[in-house]
Design a binder for this molecule. Structure first.
Ligand SMILES: [Zn+2]
Length: 269
């Protein structure tokens, strides 16, 4: 069969989780895509193949080649290069006031924060080559309000710090926090900046995080169902008050958690 490879252009914005997919065809045994120098496998769900890439919030505006390789049972390998066109977003600046020890760290806290940062980066760079989810993602607090502060540039007590890599959802202490989809708990512990933090690996490099909790109900290594209560909202770590910080990473790329809601699970177009 001869096929004409048409260059496809995928539109994306900074800080977006982007689902890639295509129909199954006879003899096709695997697909992967190279994005940000990582090879990311597709998974087959019924008669489709799909995977997810993340456009980090600091990705420059422009066109990025994305190479897709298809392998067939007869040994054939077909490759094609699509383009991802990344458009910039305007991220506002937020000024915040927190307890001074979270801005000017003691040597001990600096060491602790650096150690935790290394541990977290190791988690985010780990690719589980399967998807644990079959349903579309949902929000961790049903009927939630707020949470539109992803990517905001932040100034803590007058000092610039990293942009906001998640969405802050309004929640009083004790609000039940639900797993946004099925996955494996990869971290559930107290962190310097994040307070009590739960991280879920959903597979294919997709991670969701739930920070500043007052209580954690899950253990690392265990599987959770979508909608399972994993903890209670609180005000632990670097906060101005009780809320849920909901974060999503796609292989280290910081993406807006709300962009995950448009991923379709097994019923993608
Ligand atoms: Zn936050």
């Amino acid at each position: 069969m001869n096929s004409v490879a048409l260059l496809a252009t995928l539109m994306a914005v900074q800080g977006q989780a982007l689902q890639l997919g295509q129909p199954h065809e006879a003899g096709l045994t695997s697909i992967d895509v190279t994005w940000n120098e990582r090879r990311i496998p597709y998974v087959r769900v019924a008669d489709r193949w799909m995977t997810v890439i993340g456009i980090d919030l600091d990705t420059d505006e422009g066109n990025y080649p994305i190479e897709v390789s298809l392998r067939y049972a007869d040994g054939r390998v077909a490759t094609r290069t699509d383009l991802v066109r990344v458009q910039s977003q305007r991220f506002p600046t937020t000024e915040l006031t927190v307890a001074p020890q979270y801005v000017n760290l003691s040597p001990e806290d600096q060491e602790r924060a650096a150690r935790e940062s290394r541990q977290i980066n190791a988690i985010y760079s780990t690719l589980t080559p399967e998807a644990y989810w079959l349903q579309p993602f949902q929000v961790p607090i049903p009927g939630t309000t707020g949470g539109r502060n992803f990517g905001h540039r932040r100034v803590f007590n007058g000092e610039s710090r990293a942009p906001h890599s998640g969405a802050d959802l309004s929640a009083v202490t004790g609000t039940e926090i639900l797993a946004v989809n099925a996955g494996r708990i990869v971290l559930a512990k107290n962190l310097f900046f994040s307070g009590n933090a739960v991280f879920i690996d959903h597979g294919l490099g997709v991670y969701s995080t739930y920070l500043h909790l007052s209580e954690m109900f899950v253990e690392p290594g265990t599987m959770v169902e979508q909608g399972q209560v994993i903890g209670l909202a609180g005000a632990t770590g670097r906060v101005t008050g009780p809320h849920l910080h909901w974060g999503v990473r796609v292989l280290s790329a910081r993406v807006d958690p709300f962009s995950l809601l448009s991923l379709g699970g097994d019923s993608t177009p």
